[in-house]
Design a protein around this ligand. Structure first.
Ligand code: ZN
Length: 87
């Protein structure tokens, strides 16, 4: 059975390979599937990213009060959505 995770944005459950894993790298959040430590799972969707940011879901998922810079996540998703749109 494939592992299932909950998207921290829309709170829907999805197969792990359909979600991206955000981890803390200093003050920034980056997508990294293999990094050690806590991760926050997210659909590759601007909508889910915005929801997660508005709910402070990353800090909660990573068990910290820190406010992270999510610019790298937004850039990644923007690029992915652009590539999808070009197909
Ligand atoms: Zn989602």
């Amino acid at each position: 059975m494939e592992p299932v995770r909950t998207c921290v944005g829309c709170r829907q459950r999805a197969k792990q390979n359909e979600l991206l894993r955000a981890v803390a790298q200093g003050e920034n959040l980056v997508f990294d599937r293999r990094a050690f430590g806590r991760g926050a799972w997210l659909h590759q969707s601007k909508n889910c990213l915005d929801l997660a940011i508005n709910r402070f879901a990353f800090s909660r998922a990573l068990r910290t009060k820190k406010q992270f810079d999510t610019a790298a996540l937004a850039a990644h998703i923007e690029q992915a959505e652009m590539m999808l749109a070009q197909k």
